[in-house]
Design a protein around this ligand. Structure first.
Ligand SMILES: Nc1ncnc2c1ncn2[C@@H]1O[C@H](COP(=O)(O)OP(=O)(O)O)[C@@H](O)[C@H]1O
Ligand SMILES: [Mg+2]
Length: 284
């Protein structure tokens, strides 16, 4: 089922002459995991703002085309209800921290508090997500005193606690080390398994290759390519579109150019190993 439908959407931020989003059409289906990739300034965060209804409810400016969320035009959505339905982890973890709560615990509880969730339930839920993100020891800390990586985990925990159907997650691992990044991806994978719809902006292309169902490539405010992950990431035109292909895909293209093509272009290491083993077996 189509959860979010964008039809020929063009958007200008206020007082900006060029469009941040141009003629965007795409469908976000329930339960799928979407990766958004592409060059800096390509429009990825703006697309997130649109999918989350911040455009047009928070950002003014000029919006053309049609945005439908769960069957209702975005203009007709109540912003509070929209915020509960679609969780948003912002690109900059510093913007996400409210600045009005004195402990990490209260910060994570804030969204639930706003929804009027009973105290006991709220406490249980906050403890659950803190455990999940391995940040229990931050519970009493002041959110404003956290490092970038800690903020990113707290921001993520706040969103998980809300238990929204749809999650829009903009570069959640930019401040995290490889282990923290892996942890976040495992949690995202778990959310997907529980039926959530996920839209993730991420530069770590190997993780996109491994986990996403569909990939959207943005360049100059346009969607320049979209489709199933394997199809998009194995495309030879990816560099021209300002996106980086997985190294194994680049290897696959190089092998073809050297006259030793693999059966198809792999996008993960496991897939590449399997292909090469098969080919070696056939050559014997
Ligand atoms: N709040 C804003 N006001 C005006 N222009 C903006 C704002 N946010 C982004 N832009 C512009 O919109 C374009 C797309 O930016 P953005 O969506 O942040 O791209 P990305 O996330 O892919 O780096 C850029 O030209 C950027 O300068
Ligand atoms: Mg961005």
């Amino acid at each position: 089922m189509a959860l979010i439908e964008l039809q020929n959407v063009t958007y200008h931020y206020p007082y900006v002459k060029s469009a941040a989003l141009q003629d965007i059409s795409c469908t976000i289906e329930e339960g799928k995991f979407y990766g958004i990739i592409g060059e800096n300034g390509g429009g990825k965060t703006s697309l997130c703002n649109l999918l989350r209804g911040l455009i047009p409810h928070f950002y003014q400016g000029k919006l053309e085309g049609k945005v439908t969320i769960a069957g209702t035009d975005v203009m007709e959505w109540d912003t509070g209800k929209l915020a509960a339905k679609i969780g948003y982890v912002f690109q900059n973890p510093f913007t996400q921290i409210s600045g009005i709560k004195e402990t990490v615990f209260e910060e994570i509880a804030m969204g639930l508090e706003n929804l009027g969730v009973p105290k006991k339930e709220m406490v249980d839920e906050v403890l659950r997500v803190m455990k999940l993100l391995n940040i229990e020891e931050l519970m009493e800390k002041n959110p404003n005193a956290l490092s970038g990586g800690q903020r990113q985990r707290v921001a993520f925990a706040s969103i998980l606690a809300m238990n929204s159907d749809i999650l829009v997650i903009d570069e959640p691992t930019s401040q995290l080390d490889p282990q923290g990044t892996q942890d976040v991806f495992e949690i995202i994978q778990m959310l997907k398994a529980s039926g959530k719809t996920i839209i993730l902006v991420e530069h770590k292309i190997d993780l996109i290759a491994r986990y996403c169902d569909e990939v959207i490539v943005m360049q100059g405010g346009r969607i320049v390519k979209q489709g199933p992950t394997a199809e998009v990431l194995s495309s030879p035109e990816l560099p021209e579109l300002g996106a980086v292909a997985p190294q194994v895909s680049q290897f696959g293209h190089a092998m073809a150019a050297a006259g030793m093509p693999l059966d198809h272009i792999p996008i993960t290491i496991e897939e590449a190993i399997e292909l090469i083993q098969k080919q070696k077996g056939a050559a014997k």
